[in-house]
Ligand binder design. Structure first.
Ligand code: GUN
Ligand code: FE
Length: 429
């Protein structure tokens, strides 16, 4: 299949590459997985690809093809919790989130939410997510079955939370670990699916449970680890009481072997220099969730310090703490946060950087560089068809744009789900 359209992708150093008249060629590999065969300017590539036997050209004038978005941290069971008002993280968990998540013991209920969630991801141009399930093992079966049916790349995990959690969501220390092992064997590496060992956060797991999670993380090095860290000051005080021997919040996880490549911690707002060095040295990634941090007034991710330390990070919605499934809303909030935190130093994240953080950069942080998040040769062919003229104002602004930065910025500042005309997932069939 050959697409002719404007084309956005990223160079290895993260800078955006743009062809106003581009060509994207995709073809199945030996396993039937659609992959990018070539991407670049129509002028340069058309002689090579047009006219190949079986090649069909889909011409999309006025549209923009771009990599599918990667959401590094989301909770599918919180789809219906978006917009629940609360006085910060801990009251929000207690009054809305835990009671709602208790409903996921019912597989049929979980299936219904999983289907809606995946439709909503795709409608917003998100082709891969690293998602929390709930503490109920069937909630993982629900989301991964639904993703498998669509041929999507998706990573999920059963939540481990054996203390400080109400009846209905609290699991048993040993059983939670046994269920995790069973689910890893059932799902990890099946089709495009992956498993993440998912302790909710340090306050809701006993030391025994975190120790067991760390043992599983060592036993299965290519399985992901997924949790929350250093989001909210009340939460951090609580962690200090519960784990007085740890140097910091992240050090609790480190002490149990839970910081390594393919470990992802949501938020990472209130870090010090030693925490940032630890992230870098262990190859651990941060998932930045600015709409959630604004909604729950948790704080601002420190981009300047993160870049100085050199650890990997990417963008995430954190629905239902987050306010939107739309990557455009997340990028917009990330821009505002970047401006806000260091207004004296005037940090202005470039639109290409923001877009990279939600595509190729997020893929890299997940250890999936060259697999998803980009449209370079060999990548799995997950992409979106963007209509830059989807609203009257966007039509004007994108028409007037005099540079790639202006074009991308118009979409980041004004965009939402209406920009996504179509989401194409690389089905392995
Ligand atoms: N910390 C522990 N659980 C959660 C959750 O569900 N959402 C957010 N934002 N933070 C958490
Ligand atoms: Fe979260």
């Amino acid at each position: 299949q050959i697409y002719r359209s404007a084309l956005l992708r990223f160079a290895d150093d993260g800078s955006p590459l743009y062809d106003s008249d581009g060509l994207l060629a995709v073809a199945p590999d030996a396993h039937g997985q659609q992959r990018v065969l070539a991407a670049g300017s129509w002028q340069a590539l058309q002689a090579q690809f047009v006219g190949l036997p079986g090649a069909q050209v889909v011409h999309l004038p006025g549209k923009l093809l771009a990599p599918g978005f990667v959401d590094m941290h989301i909770h599918y069971p919180q789809t219906d919790v978006i917009g629940a008002p609360a006085d910060g993280l801990l009251p929000w968990l207690e009054h809305y989130t835990f009671p709602h998540e208790a409903r996921f013991h019912d597989r049929a209920y979980a299936d219904g939410v999983a289907e809606f969630f995946i439709d909503e991801l795709l409608r917003n141009g998100v082709t891969t997510a690293l998602t929390f399930a709930t503490s109920h093992p069937a909630s993982v079966d629900a989301i991964l079955t639904a993703a498998q049916q669509r041929g999507m790349r998706m990573i999920a995990g059963k939540v481990l939370q054996d203390r400080h959690s109400p009846d209905g969501v609290r699991d048993d220390t040993e059983q939670g670990l046994i269920d995790t092992d069973t689910l890893i064997q059932r799902w990890h590496g099946v089709d495009r699916l992956g498993y993440a060992i998912t302790p909710r956060f340090a306050p809701t797991s006993s030391e025994a449970q975190l120790r067991g999670a760390g043992a599983l993380a060592a036993q299965y090095p290519d399985v992901w680890v997924h949790s929350h860290a250093s989001e909210n000051l009340d939460e951090i005080r609580w962690v200090r009481e519960l784990y007085p021997q740890a140097r910091s919040y992240l050090d609790v996880y480190h002490g149990f072997g839970l910081m390594r490549e393919r470990a992802v911690y949501a938020h990472c707002i209130w870090l010090d220099a030693a925490d940032r060095a630890l992230l870098r040295e262990t190859g651990t990634a941060a998932a930045i969730s600015p709409t959630s941090n604004l909604f729950l007034s948790s704080g601002y991710f420190d981009y300047l310090q993160a870049d100085a330390a050199g650890f990997r990070y990417g963008l995430a919605s954190d629905v239902g703490g987050g306010m939107s499934f739309s990557p455009f809303r997340t990028m917009q909030a990330a821009y505002v946060v970047g401006r806000e935190q260091h207004s004296k130093q005037g940090l202005s994240l470039k639109p290409g950087q923001l877009w990279w953080q939600h595509t190729a950069g997020a893929a890299r942080a997940l250890g999936l560089e060259g697999v998803i998040g980009n449209l370079q040769r060999g990548c799995e062919a997950d992409f979106v068809v963007i209509n830059p003229a989807c609203t009257p104002l966007l039509a004007r602004k994108t028409q007037q744009a005099a540079s790639l930065d202006e074009l991308l910025f118009a979409m980041i500042v004004l965009g939402d789900d209406r920009l996504i005309e179509q989401t194409i997932v690389s089905q392995a069939k």
